[in-house]
Design a protein around this ligand. Structure first.
Ligand code: ADP
Length: 231
């Protein structure tokens, strides 16, 4: 799914954001990528989306080798995953329904399929009743769930949630984590990028810790933990 081999990223100003990062996230996993501000999390995400290219090293995402990826392949790479951005990135002039449908219209999906799928993903995130609302009339938690519905619209094998607790209250955060857990349980790989140590440790999931641009920890879930949470 995601493989980093000896990945370095140095920005033009000379900032070394990532140094010799090696990691492998497999199909079906649920992984937290945890790190303080400035640790390199956004850079990690930008490399996965190929918004930035690595300075050196090998990155493979969903079968795409990003080393010499052709420009025309980049939209396919991005469509192979769904990203829930911290600031949601919803289009304010479009209804909830349109925000989700819009993401599907860029592909060649039939309108009748879009209608069905949008209905389904909105029900999945519990927002069927808000389909005609505009993003500004929704709470932060609801906007985030629209962003999740949109990320799920084209049935990606990989969902990435960027700082899911950043712009919503704690109760909503738990709800979002439960939704992500449910999505993972049907086979979708989930990567949650966060600076929140407590959030990552609340669940019995793999935690990859980044500090100053390097992987300093990779803790796998305890097989013998009762329930889903770490005790
Ligand atoms: P995080 O998301 O964990 O806060 P970042 O990946 O944003 O970390 O940043 C890692 C390091 O790279 C920081 O030292 C930051 O200043 C630097 N950095 C990030 N983006 C840029 C950029 N576009 N240009 C120069 N330096 C950058």
């Amino acid at each position: 799914m995601i493989r980093f081999e000896h990945v370095y990223k140095t920005y033009p100003e000379g900032n070394e954001a990532l140094q010799d990062v090696n990691l492998h996230i497999d199909k079906g996993e649920f992984v937290f990528v945890l790190g303080h501000s400035g640790a390199g999390k956004s850079t990690f995400l930008k490399l996965i989306l190929h918004e930035e290219a690595a300075t050196s090293g090998k990155i493979i995402v969903n079968g795409f080798d990003l080393t010499n990826i052709k420009k025309k392949r980049i939209p396919y790479l991005r469509r192979s995953m769904g990203v829930v951005f911290q600031d949601f990135r919803l289009i304010p002039s479009m209804t909830v329904y349109e925000n989700v449908a819009f993401a599907m219209r860029v592909t060649n999906v039939k309108e009748s399929e879009i209608v069905k799928r949008v209905k389904y993903v909105l029900s999945l995130v519990g927002l069927s009743h808000k389909k005609d609302s505009y993003p500004t009339s929704l709470s932060g938690g609801e906007q985030q769930r629209v962003a999740l519905a949109r990320a799920l619209a084209h049935s990606p094998k990989l969902i990435i949630a960027d700082e899911p607790t950043g712009n919503i209250d704690p109760e909503m955060s738990i709800e979002m984590m439960e939704l992500l857990t449910a999505i993972n349980s049907v086979g979708t790989t989930v990567v949650v990028v966060t600076h929140e140590h407590d959030l990552a440790h609340q669940f019995n999931k793999r935690i990859i810790t980044i500090d100053h641009g390097t992987v300093v920890g990779d803790d796998h879930p305890c097989k013998f933990a009762k329930g889903g949470r770490r005790g």
